[in-house]
Design a protein around this ligand. Structure first.
Ligand SMILES: Cc1ncc(COP(=O)(O)O)c(C=O)c1O
Length: 392
């Protein structure tokens, strides 16, 4: 084991030397627009709590009451003793909200994505993934029995070429994309992708982690926003840790697909079911998300204000109409410097570096939420402009 330990040490040193070492941050307090680290308050532009639901009093109360009524832990995997009535209520509510025939709950989006790709494909099948797919999708594809290829980001012509070249009647092809890409904040043309998949008899698998709650009527997500019916997709995964503000995830699809996952998805069958208290909090949060349109309206206002100010200040932002706004800096060291300079101005904005993004595309990934005020956003853009000049 001495050699193994030396290898681990070497890898850690190398990561540090390349300015790529990440350090977890311990929050002393979290309040949506603000967070506190080591007794210092910061404006928060790095979280995924887009609708400000993580701290909503109704969600917190539902969590506490859920624990008292149903228990803190589920006490088992779902097919043994882990499924409580609150899990069923949550599934029913998701189907009613999103229009799926059935949904299945998972402990995280990472697990759900792995289950989706690994369980729904076989050795003769083909997976086609967008080049910027989340790590959980890439790992799911690697660990599946299917062969897989990647197409250029949101590039329908490249996807068409792969379909023309590799799609055959002997195998099932699944195309995998995200509703909102987590590091760029942009969206694919889902209607065109559905059409393409139909033309080639392929299925479309969607990860809507960053679209659920944020996009579409009642926050139904990216597909709803683009007029794509849930039944046009083979399967959709979304999690409760972003706009819903809690944690856990689900897969929604036809009854047959979910019945199959319930029997064969190892991440579901062999894992402790979600905490019932957490399900009660998610249920309360989903109700607020559906009914409180003002949260999405305010979020959109904040997104538009940020873009207008950032473009006027000549900042290099990527095209995106979602809460994820990327200011691409290039090299990892510069991104870190800029993030540190902002920290000194009490703005929390994490630098995103390889391997999360491609080498040379390190960035500050601004995430906006509906709790931000116009002055917060002005302060952010002014500081970004001022310090961006110093480091380039
Ligand atoms: C696009 C995308 N898919 C999946 C996940 C994983 O979800 P979770 O954090 O619930 O494991 C994330 C979150 O990091 C994500 O951004």
């Amino acid at each position: 084991m001495k050699i193994k330990l030396e290898q681990l040490q070497q890898a850690l040193l190398q990561r540090e030397a390349l300015q790529l070492k990440r350090t977890p941050v311990t929050l002393a307090r979290y309040q949506g627009r603000m967070l506190t680290v080591a007794s210092k308050d910061y404006l928060n532009f790095s979280g995924n709590d887009y609708l400000g639901l993580a701290n909503d009093p109704k969600v917190l109360q539902a969590y506490a009451e859920g624990a008292l009524q149903y228990g803190a832990g589920s006490t088992g995997s779902p097919l043994i003793t882990g499924q409580h009535s609150i899990h069923q209520q949550l599934n029913d509510s998701l189907c009613d909200w999103l229009g799926f025939e059935r949904t299945l709950l998972f402990s995280s989006g990472f697990a759900a994505n792995q289950a989706m790709l690994m369980t729904l494909t076989d050795k003769d099948d083909l997976l086609l993934l967008d080049r910027l797919s989340h790590a959980s999708l890439i790992d799911g594809a690697i660990h599946s029995k299917a062969s897989f290829k990647r197409f250029g980001h949101n590039d329908l012509a490249a996807l068409t070429k792969l379909l023309q070249r590799y799609n055959s009647e002997q195998q099932n092809t699944m195309v995998v994309t995200e509703g909102v890409f987590s590091m760029d904040g942009d969206t694919p043309n889902l209607a065109a992708m559905v059409q393409l998949c139909q033309d080639y008899n392929a299925g479309l698998l969607l990860d809507d982690a960053h679209g659920l709650g944020v996009l579409g009527d009642q926050g139904r997500g990216s597909a709803a926003e683009q007029g794509v019916a849930p039944s046009a997709l083979f399967c959709t995964m979304a999690n409760f840790g972003k706009a819903i503000g809690v944690g856990g995830a689900f897969i929604g699809a036809s009854k047959t697909v979910i019945d199959y996952l319930e029997q064969f998805a190892r991440h579901y069958v062999y894992s402790t079911a979600l905490s019932p208290a957490l399900c009660a909090a998610v249920l309360a949060s989903v109700n607020l998300c559906r009914t409180e349109q003002w949260r999405r309206d305010k979020l959109q206002q904040n997104i538009q204000l940020f873009r207008q100010l950032a473009l006027a200040a000549d900042l290099p932002i990527l095209a995106s109409n979602t809460p994820i706004q990327a200011v691409v800096v290039g090299c990892a060291e510069k991104a870190l410097q800029l993030s540190l300079a902002l920290k000194q101005q009490q703005i929390w904005l994490t630098a995103i570096r390889p391997p999360t993004v491609a080498t040379g595309s390190s960035r500050l990934r601004v995430t906006l939420n509906c709790m931000h005020q116009a002055d917060d956003i002005k302060q952010l853009v002014n500081n970004l402009r001022k310090h961006y000049d110093c480091i380039t």
